[in-house]
Design a protein around this ligand. Sequence first.
Ligand code: NAD
Length: 392
Amino acid sequence: MKIEPKIVGNVCLTAHPAGAAAEVKKQIKYVQSKGALQGPKNVLVLGCSGGYGLATRIVCAYACNSTTLGASFEREPAANKTASVGWYNNAAFSKFAAQDGKKEATLNIDAFSEAGKTAVVAAAKKLFGDEKIDFVVYSLASPMRAAPDGQVYKSVLKPIGKAYKGKTVDIFTGSIKEVEVEPANDEEIKATVKVMGGEDWVLWIDALLKANLLAKHAVTVAYSYIGPELTYAIYREGTIGRAKDHLEKSAAQIMESLSELEGGAYVSVNKAVVTRASSVIPVVPLYISLLFKIMKENGKHEGCIEQEYRMMQRMYNEGQPVKTDSQRRIRLDDWEMEEAVQARIKKIWADINEENLKTLGDLESVRKEFMNLHGFEVEGINYDEDIDPQKV
Ligand code: NAD
């Protein structure tokens, strides 16, 4: 079949396998062009199929020569239906890794479930043999979680306390609309923390410790976001922000669990990028389009792969302690949050409209990155070709 983008809201329901593979290859090439890094030997990446998790995995495999075990939860392809893009990304990563002599295994499991954890433990024993895991990356982004208490929790992207009124953009038409989002109730706040907070990260580290799979000095990292004041109401001070507060607090709890191994638990505050997860947050795509324009102009534009290369440099810096802020967070959002960058965005924000967005923002890059993220509009791919979505 001919595979075309099918987009509803800011969600793309289809994915192109050849385009996705080309995008994975591009990330590998970036890492190869940057050169080798010191790093962990054996890595587990939870949420390995896209965005920050995939980028971290690629940096580990291709800069640090790590053996990587990846787990994610993606839709498989059917005869007349494409897989989700993460499924194709995983297939491409496995193919390139095999060609390049990189050891890896990849699982499609629900990481929140007991069964998923058991499957990963078994796969880790098989892949790493007598060796243990040095580095665990927790990079899940999900709208829901079936928790061990038997309940299914759904996360929401809502403000807390009072309704939020703000601007949001349709990535594809450029139309800017005022949105009003009603505040979350207590149940919704609790549910979002259950899904995107640190509870499951803690459970993962406990499960790996119980299985005696973590090495001495093992390190784990999870990803967070802060962002500028203009997104606070919907992000950092909203339901997702509560979850991130919980995630950040969980690092301290995990530090204690890892104390016997003299290990470390970190949260890395990453910059805003275009991923499946960020595209559905109100306000954020508009903010990102202004951010991209400025960061491209000042030569500091980054995507997931550039961010993760920098993170691994910081984490494994010749045995030096990891540089963090006063709350023990790694700040990869340093360039995004530079005063000059944020002052410009603040100045533009109040007056942004559909007309001046074309010159003050870079919505086209956001749109293109979103398409590329799903394997579309990738250079060198023949989109007229008939493709079997099950064949990769
Ligand atoms: P993404 O949507 O690109 O990737 C999410 C990953 O989670 C995928 O691999 C998916 O398969 C996996 N996943 C979801 N549910 C799962 C389940 N039940 N079991 C196993 N795997 C599951 O998201 P992303 O933007 O890379 O987000 C990763 C982390 O980075 C999140 O914590 C997010 O908040 C954080 N972050 C994102 C941004 C951004 O701008 N995108 C910025 C800072 C921090």
